[in-house]
Design a protein around this ligand. Structure first.
Ligand code: HAM
Length: 430
């Protein structure tokens, strides 16, 4: 090919992250790490152990757990046929997988309840917007087995609230509800359906469809024109069976004993089919319309539905992307990832000393930037400043032969000469 022809050739096209997915970059990833580290610490104090589950599973696992008529299963899953023709899906959530793992590993043989937590990406093909992505991250926890004691519901909620408190998340609001059980919910759903049919004409197309498929989801509607009608609908709390009503009031009592503030929200039904009795959602500030940072609830019977023994279950999942957004909006995010020391060196001997100094400082836990090529000191100091370094260690031939190193504090420009042990001492004391 002639040179001219090569020049005319088109530049290779660039790639972009797929819509609804994104790269998380420094310094923001430092905040992600802090959040995750805090979750590991707090959850451990409540006796939870980490479980890591696969990113994809058999499609049927999600279909059977979450429900065929839910938005998640009917519209939002990334499903494909594997080479052996099994249908697999990227996980849209993790509760189903944790239940599958509980059964698969015979965890009912362990001391009950089994308390597990997880973190990682989930996938739902939703319309992307602020706080809503197609690949998003959850931090979740599940309590499986043992009893359905209301104290378990309350302790799980206490754990999330403790976590949010530790992170100083602002404007935290906990909403709770009970959506009854197999005994009482179907009767309420029928009542609701009958009431909705009477006002069908005044509802939008989505709600009209849901009268048939899932009347409870009408209560979720955000449509302005439907709010007046929804306000007149019967409340599930007035139609719970005795066992569910007793359980619900005990959960509230248990929350009060723990000093946890909550608001009862009779419209909180949640969008996944496996829930029964306690449901809850937590919102935080700075998130706009996608303001739920955590959703959860009780799902007794799900393990059984997946072929396991009768098992109680309750859990939650936090939307980590939204949690991070809210922390950033309230100024809780660390700014730039600074360096403790930038080593400005000139000359071969100084380079050798700089390499050794970097090793010692890093060993002592300081973050060090060691430029790979020689720079004039003026340029090096400019670079140190741009990187947000706290100090510049200046190593030239003089410093090396005298054994006295110059340390410049960039915030105030002050400078001092220190021996190597003095330098470590000085930095440690800061
Ligand atoms: P979920 O309400 O579907 O529940 O999701 C929990 C949280 O994940 C939401 O409150 C939200 O913060 C976040 N989230 C959901 N979808 C997106 C998205 N497209 N973009 C960003 N964040 C999102 C569950 O997933 C249940 N598995 C929770 C659970 C665990 N219930 C019992 N155990």
């Amino acid at each position: 090919m002639s040179e001219g022809a090569a020049k005319n050739e088109e530049k290779p096209s660039k790639f972009q992250a797929i819509r609804g997915t994104r790269d998380l970059l420094p310094p923001e990833t430092a905040l992600w790490n802090r959040v995750e580290q805090t979750a590991h610490e707090i959850f451990a104090t409540f006796g939870f152990g980490e479980i890591r589950i696969p990113i994809f599973e058999q499609t049927d696992l999600f279909a059977r757990s979450i429900g065929l008529d839910t938005d998640v299963v009917s519209k939002e899953m990334y499903t494909f046929e594997d080479r052996d023709e099994t249908s697999v899906s990227l996980r849209p959530e993790a509760t189903a997988s944790v239940c599958r793992a509980y059964i698969e590993h015979g965890m009912q043989q362990l001391p009950q309840p089994v308390k597990l937590y997880y973190m990682g990406p989930m996938f739902r093909r939703e319309r992307p917007q602020k706080g809503r992505y197609r690949q998003f991250y959850q931090i979740g926890a599940e309590v499986l087995g043992g009893s359905d004691a209301p104290a378990i519901d309350a302790e799980v909620i206490e754990m999330v609230m403790t976590f949010f408190d530790r992170l100083e998340l602002q404007g935290v609001q906990l909403d709770i509800n009970s959506i009854g059980c197999r005994e009482c919910r179907p009767k309420y759903v029928e009542l609701l359906r009958a009431e909705l049919l009477r006002v069908k004409d005044k509802l939008g197309p989505d709600s009209q469809r849901r009268i048939e498929t899932n009347p409870l989801r009408v209560l979720d509607s955000k449509l302005e024109s439907e709010q007046g009608i929804i306000a007149t609908l019967p409340h599930i709390a007035d139609h719970l069976c005795e066992a569910c009503a007793t359980h619900y009031s005990a959960v509230k009592h248990q929350l009060e004993m723990r000093g946890i503030l909550f608001r009862e929200n009779w419209r909180l039904v949640r969008g996944l089919d496996y829930y029964m009795r306690t449901t809850f959602e937590i919102t935080a500030q700075g998130l706009g319309s996608q303001n739920a940072v955590c959703g959860g609830g009780r799902y007794d019977g799900l393990v059984e539905l997946l072929g396991g023994p009768p098992t109680k279950g309750i859990g939650f999942a936090i939307g980590e992307d939204r949690l991070i957004l809210s922390l950033q909006e309230s100024g809780k995010a660390p700014a730039q990832q600074g360096r403790d020391v930038y080593i400005a060196w000139m000359g071969e001997r100084a380079h050798a000393t700089a390499i050794r100094a970097a090793k010692d400082l890093r060993k002592a836990g300081f973050s060090v930037e060691l430029p790979a090529v020689e720079q004039k000191f003026g340029k090096a100091l400019g670079q140190a400043d741009k990187l947000g370094a706290k100090h510049a260690l200046i190593l030239g031939d003089n410093e090396v032969s005298e054994g006295l190193w110059t340390l410049k504090t960039l915030a105030d420009g002050s400078q001092q000469k220190l021996t190597e042990p003095q330098l470590l001492d000085f930095l440690r004391k800061l």
